[in-house]
Design a protein around this ligand. Sequence first.
Ligand code: ADP
Length: 480
Amino acid sequence: MTTAKRLGLASVALIGLGASAAYYATIMAMKGYAFPRRGLDCLVFGLVAAMTVLVLLVFWRSVHRDMGLISLQLDQMARTGQVGMLMANGTHELTRIIRPLNDFLSASHRQQETLRAENRELQIQARISAAEKNHTEAIIFSISDVVIVTNRFDELILANEAAEKLFGFKSSAVVRKTIEDVIRDATLVRLIRETRSHGANFPRKVVEHIVGDKGANRTYTLTLSCVLAPANGVAGVVSVLHDITREKEIARMKTDFVSHVSHELKTPLASIKAYVEMLVDGEARDEKTRREFYEIISTETDRLHRLIENILNISRIESGVVKMVREPVSLTAVTRQALDVTAPAARDKNIRLVERLAPMLNQVEADGDMICQAVLNLLSNAVKYTPPGGTVTVAVTADERRNVVTCEVADTGVGIPADDLPHVFDKFYRVAANNRMASGTGLGLTLVKHIIETAHDGRLLVTSEVNKGSRFGIELPMLR
Ligand code: ADP
């Protein structure tokens, strides 16, 4: 028996005894007797006391059982977190407590259900937001433009891989750091701060921005956009840097191209004009001189024709309107044709032409004229960019294992600096260091690339070393 139970029983017994004593004393007083007078009175007193104790005991046991039941149910609710209704065996006094308690419990149960539903909803929202955030970050990380996001305190909160590479930091290590501690580019930092402070008045700014040390500068279009918060506040700034170095270079090259082409057109035109005028003025008195003049006019006209053809061919292949005649062609025969055209120029410059041509049977399915044009461009470049006394070696080989036929043109010329090498096939690109060697338009190799790669699914090979020479090759699928 627990202490509480013992105390309970003792109090019930005491209350019972006290109640019977009071009852008996009242009766005796009413009869005018002194207390207790006889043995019968003692018996009656004892019986009344025992009855009272019994009634109280039964009452107390019932209350105690219900209390136990309620405490058990409350314990279970606390353990499981499930709010339910309380049940008792019907003790009147307890029922009066249980009813409002149940009302309270059912209200809190409803509240708990609402909270659970809201919690579920919030968890779903949180999951969706996290997925959207990851998705947005993945997009930002995958774009090649540099993206930097700062908050309203000018602290870095997001930067993609391109930004990390350009400014040399690791976002995970610098997140929430002030922008000037992360980016050592005072102009960019100032622009970000300005955009944030101007806020809604100038929410977007686009400027040209140069990043890098002298010599390795890159030009970017910098777009700064304010992220506006409710009530015209500023949540942060998104800065996007788009590299336009190449576009700028191409624009410059186009300008150069126009002046080159004009020059290239002007030189033969001026010569044609001068000789025609001399002929008209009768300055060529004998047949031999006239023939000489005619030949010069014819050569210069060919030069003009070649230049214009080059430009037209490139644009035809680029726009896909070129008409190709594909037929079995011997690369050796085509190379020999090109060599015949180049031989006089090589002789004039005292350049030795070495031929290493495999037998005529190496066949490819191609447009012979186009391939001849490509080989011719490689050969004339080799002659153009090799100083007198040098050697140009031409080799045609077949690789049965790889099923390819290759034509390689190697020279002992000025070579191409490593920085320029990846660009030599670009339209209008001319290697600045080699410009003084020969005039040109920067279109010859572009045409070669278009003919071999775009029109014939072939491959171009190039290696070069400054002052040692260059080796250009074309590789075409072998006809089976
Ligand atoms: P270009 O009309 O200027 O010769 P190309 O497109 O044929 O134009 O060649 C592009 C540039 O590549 C040239 O300006 C030249 O500087 C360089 N180049 C091409 N072939 C050679 C070579 N064999 N040796 C050295 N430089 C070369």
